[in-house]
Design a protein around this ligand. Structure first.
Ligand SMILES: Cc1ncc(COP(=O)(O)O)c(C=O)c1O
Length: 284
């Protein structure tokens, strides 16, 4: 229990990491298409966000190490990442930890961990147990479906948690969110059902998109990153879907203007989605 801290969504904890461990004159590293809260948190802390190039839409250990300097105090890695869905293996994370400067905290953001069933994946706990300069964040916003209640948590060494507690506002988690999270943890049947659903419908969406000539970035979350190879086409497809009451995510600000992130929905939503994209592709 003492190794855990809760936050008003894991976003709050990501900000706390930036505020606690970096400030003016320091740098915070994240990867090219990494989750955009990282540069926001870095800037709000007065630190400089530094971007490491990715390879094939995936964070790259060598590139991250290349951009590190004496000033690098935090490295954020979403594993798997939003919006690409790609992930670093356990061995790659260990290599990253070993090569990062010792006084740079590695924050593994495992918001989508529950969806990943790959043997070479780790949710980061093993690294936290092994290294006192690794922290791992989790959330109730994704597979638990409680995003609007705002509750997330982090697991780290007693020392790191102690630092965070010094800047945590005393009443950061509201009672309703606490009760909802406790009830949600007890309902692991729901989690199993959600994983099973994702394992059926994510491949369905991917296969249908490929058949339509739309490229996909192979990912392991509960969403598909569809690549249209043309920003105008991605934008037109977005508008067409919006007109038909399908709301996906534009990812322009992630440097992915030719892509759309599509979250797996209910069965009828997924089949409707494919019908609408098929109509769009046929007419464009
Ligand atoms: C990779 C990643 N980390 C963290 C979050 C933040 O989640 P929350 O603040 O709702 O816990 C998100 C949400 O979009 C995310 O995609």
């Amino acid at each position: 229990m003492n190794n855990i801290i809760c936050g008003n969504g894991s976003d709050e904890i990501l900000s706390m990491f930036a505020n606690c461990f970096a400030g003016e004159g320091d740098e915070i590293v994240y990867s090219e298409h990494g989750f955009l809260v990282y540069p926001i948190a870095a800037k709000a802390a007065g630190a400089t966000p530094v971007v490491a190039k990715e390879k094939k839409y995936k964070a790259d250990v060598g590139e991250i190490i290349n951009v590190c300097t004496k000033k690098t105090k935090v490295c954020f890695i979403a594993n798997p990442n939003n919006p690409t869905g790609t992930y670093l293996t356990k061995n790659q994370l260990i290599t990253l930890r070993k090569k990062l400067p010792k006084n740079c905290l590695l924050v593994i953001d495992s918001a989508y961990a529950e969806y990943v069933e790959k043997d070479d994946y780790t949710n980061g706990f093993e690294l936290v147990n092994k290294f006192n300069n690794v922290a791992c964040t989790r959330t109730f916003s994704k597979i638990y479906g409680l995003a609007a209640l705002r509750i997330g948590w982090a697991y780290a060494s007693l020392e790191v948690i102690d630092y965070l507690n010094r800047i945590r506002l005393p009443f950061n988690i509201n009672t309703i969110a606490q009760h909802a999270a406790i009830a949600a943890i007890k309902d692991q049947q729901f989690i199993k059902k959600a994983i099973k659903h994702n394992n059926i419908w994510k491949p369905f969406i991917e296969k249908e998109l490929i058949n339509l000539g739309v490229q996909i970035i192979p990912g392991v979350g509960n969403f598909v990153l569809a690549k249209f190879n043309n920003p105008k086409k991605a934008n037109d497809c977005y508008n067409y879907m919006e007109k038909h009451n399908i709301f996906v995510r534009k990812v322009l600000e992630y440097g992915l203007a030719d892509c759309l992130r599509i979250t797996v929905g209910l069965e009828k939503e997924n089949t409707y989605l494919i019908k609408i994209i098929t109509d769009f592709i046929k007419n464009n």
